[in-house]
Ligand binder design. Structure first.
Ligand code: MRU
Length: 349
């Protein structure tokens, strides 16, 4: 995401067009922001929070009145239900804006959005530093390369820089650690195959794409030293909500003694919630399951049908991995076991 000061709008990398093309997509109106988040042109918990903050700031230039502000916040927050970062970003903007006069609200909101963005880079960098220590320890116990498995995309495309789950991997590669990443394709939107693989390739990091169903087999064969995933909402109880399929990986990891880590900025923690049943799981369109989206032989993006036209499909987009399956949570404030997570809470949150 980049803010173009001279033009007064935001541009995002349209993630629906990767890996085929790197296309910057302009966001100028509140509708543009909402559409981009809903259609997953921008995605990943930290990035949608940051994008929403900018969306609000730009909308306040049009109308900075309280009614307009609250309506814009509600629209942005409703774009995707599961990642708690959207609510976190809107709460933070509201806290700041409720104290300022209308005529400077847009300016203050933009400054706050810039601050959220700058802090995200620091937070992810810090997750990377803590995770790096962990990877160095793991590397000391195994033969090279260190084999990491991840799911979905929790790299820099899902944040601004570094990412969350991939931040330790990037830091480890910088330090010259011999590392290889198993990238699960992440049906149905294939964020692993199309985004994580692309990111790792750009960084020159060894990786192999697998179908989601290969994960258990690889763990059973001793080919995975650790799993690291991101999170859209981690409960105060340590339960980790993340992309659908994360739970199955955690089960396979436990059955095969593979440590399972979640990399979680504190903006993704739902501090007041310990009840996994209340997590709003996004259910997306059946079309995402029934058709496959990709680049055709002619180089153009398109869809092909996978299933009979008469079949229905269910498409829950997230699942919750119970705390007992999570070895530890890597945050910007340090690495904690799931039961220690509540101790990280600070007044600011
Ligand atoms: O539906 P998505 O692609 O937005 O889901 C993203 C994930 O599940 C990521 O793992 C999560 O947001 C962590 S991002 C750093």
């Amino acid at each position: 995401l980049r803010y173009l000061g001279d033009q007064g709008h935001v541009e995002i990398i349209d993630q629906t067009r990767l890996p085929g093309s790197l296309h910057w997509h302009a966001l100028k109106s509140l509708d543009d922001f909402c559409e981009a988040i809903t259609a997953m042109r921008v995605r990943g918990a930290p990035l949608i929070g940051i994008t929403a903050a900018y969306g609000l700031a730009l909308e306040l230039r049009r109308d900075a009145g309280e009614t307009a502000r609250r309506s814009a916040m509600a629209q942005l927050q409703a774009t995707r239900p599961t990642a708690v970062n959207l609510r976190w970003a809107m709460d933070r903007m509201e806290q700041r804006l409720s104290l300022v006069a209308e005529d400077i609200a847009a300016e203050v909101a933009l400054a706050e959005a810039h601050q959220i963005a700058a802090q995200d880079i620091e937070i992810c960098r810090s997750i990377g530093d803590h995770g790096l220590e962990l990877l160095q320890q793991l590397a000391g116990k195994t033969t090279a390369p260190l084999q990491i498995m991840t799911h979905c995309n929790a790299g820099w495309l899902a944040a601004l820089r570094w990412g969350t789950a991939l931040a330790p991997v990037y830091r480890a590669a910088e330090q010259g650690l011999d590392i290889h990443v198993w990238v699960s394709e992440t049906r149905p939107r294939n964020q692993g195959a199309s985004l994580t693989a692309w990111e790792l390739g750009q960084a020159g990091i060894a990786h192999t794409i697998i179908v989601d169903n290969a994960a258990g087999h690889l763990m059973q064969c001793g080919k995975v030293d650790a799993c690291i995933v991101g999170s859209d909402r981690t409960l105060a109880s340590g339960d980790v909500c993340n992309k659908i399929g994360t739970y199955l990986k955690a089960l396979a990891a436990r059955a095969n003694d593979v440590p399972f880590y979640a990399a979680v900025p504190t903006s993704s923690i739902d501090w007041d919630n310990t009840n996994a049943d209340t997590v709003p799981i996004e259910h997306r369109s059946a079309t995402e399951v029934l058709q496959m989206y990709g680049t055709g032989e002619n180089g153009e993006p398109g869809r092909v049908a996978l299933a009979p036209e008469f079949s229905q499909a269910a498409n829950p987009a997230f699942d919750v991995t119970p705390a007992e399956l999570v070895t530890a949570i890597i945050t910007e404030r340090g690495i904690v076991t799931p039961d220690q997570l509540g101790q990280l809470k600070r007044p600011r949150d």
